[in-house]
Design a protein around this ligand. Sequence first.
Ligand SMILES: Nc1nc2c(ncn2[C@@H]2O[C@H](COP(=O)(O)OP(=O)(O)O)[C@@H](O)[C@H]2O)c(=O)[nH]1
Ligand SMILES: [Mg+2]
Length: 451
Amino acid sequence: MFCPDDTIVAVATPPGRGGIGVVRISGPAAPAIAAQLSGHPELEPRRATLARVAGAGGAIDRVLLTLFPAPHSYTGEDVVEVSAHGSQVLLRSIVQAAMDAGARLAEPGEFTLRAFLRGRIDLIQAEAVRDLVDAVTPLQARAAFDQLEGTLTARIGEADRALFDLVARLEASLDFPDEGYHFVDDMSAAREIQGIARQLDELRADALRGRLIREGVHVVFAGRPNAGKSSLFNRLAGAGRAIVTEVPGTTRDLLTETVEIEGVPVTLVDTAGLRETAGDAIEEEGMARAVAARAVAAVVLVVLDQSVPMCRDDRLLLEHTATQPRVIVANKSDLPAAWTPETAPVEAPVLRVSAATGEGVETLRAALLAAVAGSEPLRDAPAITNVRHTDLISQARTALGRAAAAAAAGTPEEFVLADLNEARSRLEEVTGVRTPDDVIHEIFGRFCIGK
Ligand SMILES: Nc1nc2c(ncn2[C@@H]2O[C@H](COP(=O)(O)OP(=O)(O)O)[C@@H](O)[C@H]2O)c(=O)[nH]1
Ligand SMILES: [Mg+2]
């Protein structure tokens, strides 16, 4: 991919009002543009300079200008940061003035793309920038920060270097076949490959937890009207968001709220009840969405009301969700039970909870998480969180499995080498050394403008 040589500009701070707002200009013309806007011919590197900026319509604002000369800047290019008062009108005027002076409006993620293209950061770190900006839980931020610091890069680099070393020795054996000298014998090659495969396995062991922390999970509430879904939703969400009513069938749309459970962002999805009503189109629409949401949910929370006998709808729901990860609760534990041993659900375990008193809600939180994450604790920030990385590492691991088997069977070096090189390509795709352009565009296209 080419390294562009024009100069870009964008607002780097979020839309809305703020004490300050920052406009970032990057590229070879950045110092000249800053000079033109401010009338300051020379900015001292990395020193904030108070200046008045003006555009076509006259003075805009009093700002602080800071020049970060190449290559010691975020993008690796000459960068000027303009800290202005945080009004969208002012910030847009400054961007416009910079464009009038020759800059181009940046594409989404283009500052970080340039940092990547100029070798300031690798692709893992670029993706970590986006995750860091998007983080909503402390654990997400920690995992992204570790990746920005290069922990994942280092672990992949370690495996890649070991592969490179082995490939070099195998190729040497190929180049001097007549000398009867092998730089590495079959069995020790197989052992080495297995050692590298184990390193990748260790990384992959974190992948499920990592994905949970980065992407979170959806928990979809299901149950007949009046079972207490909305009340439980509110309990778990910790705020009075969902509509709670005495009249059955009023939660007609999907209502979502994201909460954090042990570092994992959990999106709660409250749905309409499952009653097969005739005539009420809005409620039917709500129920259709409920069924659709249940089909894609990571976990279904089946809410039963133990203060009334089980009905046919309850049994159907238990049947329909039997193959999905689910948690079953018997709500309204504060009321007398209407279930008898014969009529109670046979599915175990059923957690006793009360949305009214809060009984069992802590146990429920833990059970929801266990239903997706298993029993593994989620305390530490996992090294790997991104599905793109996990997939590529798995592909590399598969190639290594083939290579180890081939080496152990005494297959000619060429075949072992083909698999080892395949593994290396996949690893280099993770870090961005050998990533197809369209994948790179895809990744940076998901950034916001100004990042
Ligand atoms: N006593 C008691 N009443 C509850 C409990 N959970 C919900 N309710 C009541 O049951 C009714 C229906 O609750 P709601 O959350 O709207 O049920 P939904 O239709 O499943 O969303 C409301 O009157 C709630 O106050 C509970 O744990 N104990
Ligand atoms: Mg409801």
